[in-house]
Design a binder for this molecule. Structure first.
Ligand SMILES: Nc1ncnc2c1ncn2[C@@H]1O[C@H](COP(=O)(O)OP(=O)(O)O)[C@@H](O)[C@H]1O
Ligand SMILES: Cc1cn([C@H]2C[C@H](O)[C@@H](COP(=O)(O)OP(=O)(O)O)O2)c(=O)[nH]c1=O
Length: 205
């Protein structure tokens, strides 16, 4: 079973993942992330830091995804493991249209076409949602921010995320990220546990 965690920068993904490691330890999940689970992820970080052109950047994120699926996700799913990824394809569909706006006529369709035929659809995606001003204040004024970590960009990213969730309500679970950390983590752990139980009853297609 493939679970993905999505949300704008500062929504609480890293905090949540750390707690899920404890709460779900008995299920022995494989925790992974995008970008960065493969060496391609290092190129992605460099591309963001150096502000490469948006097409190069988008294709590097996609290359990281392909390597991530090939080397980490597919092997684990084939072994029947529960896989939980901090960011996944929806990060591309939410962030890259913002930077590709004006560069391509329809960035989202372009991105979707690139993923077609090889990417693996998550069984469940938890989307952490909170007002952008709260996310930005959580990121902290003193922190050296990455390019995407600014309010105007994050507003558009979050709007894209909410549109993705509205279009696919069976897969997405929208979670109020303003709730206390422990409440967020326990709710999501419970949902993942319930999903894992029912997927054991269903043979994998
Ligand atoms: N539910 C929450 N309530 C209040 N603060 C939170 C919550 N979740 C995370 N935080 C804090 O917000 C900041 C950003 O969280 P983090 O997990 O790093 O976000 P992300 O990985 O999504 O960028 C951290 O300082 C973290 O302690
Ligand atoms: C996976 C992915 C991330 N991103 C962005 C989100 C983040 O701003 C940035 C780095 O992701 P991430 O490693 O989650 O950020 P951090 O560890 O600094 O919180 O890349 C994309 O724009 N597209 C993508 O496909």
């Amino acid at each position: 079973m493939l679970i993905t965690i999505e949300g704008i920068d500062g929504s609480g993904k890293s905090t949540l993942l750390a707690r899920l490691r404890e709460l779900l330890a008995d299920l022995d999940p494989l925790f992974t992330r995008e970008p960065g689970a493969t060496w391609v992820g290092e190129s992605v970080r460099r591309a963001i830091a150096e502000r490469m052109d948006p097409i190069t950047e988008a294709l590097l994120f996609c290359a990281d995804h392909a390597a991530h699926i090939d080397t980490v996700i597919r092997p684990a799913l084939d072994e029947g493991r529960l896989v939980i990824s901090d960011r996944y394809a929806d990060s591309r569909f939410a962030y890259q249209p913002v930077v590709l706006d004006g560069v391509l006529p329809d960035p989202l369709s372009w991105l979707r076409r690139i993923h077609e035929g090889w990417s693996i659809r998550p069984d469940r995606t938890f989307l952490l949602v909170l007002p952008v001003e709260d996310a930005v204040s959580r990121l902290g004024p003193e922190k050296k921010r990455e390019y995407f970590e600014n309010a105007a960009i994050l507003e558009q990213v979050q709007e894209n995320y909410l549109n993705l969730a509205a279009a696919d309500p069976l897969r997405f679970v929208v979670v109020d990220a303003l709730l206390p950390k422990e409440e967020v983590a326990r709710f999501i752990a419970g949902e993942i546990r319930a999903g894992a139980r029912s997927s054991r009853r269903r043979p994998r297609a």
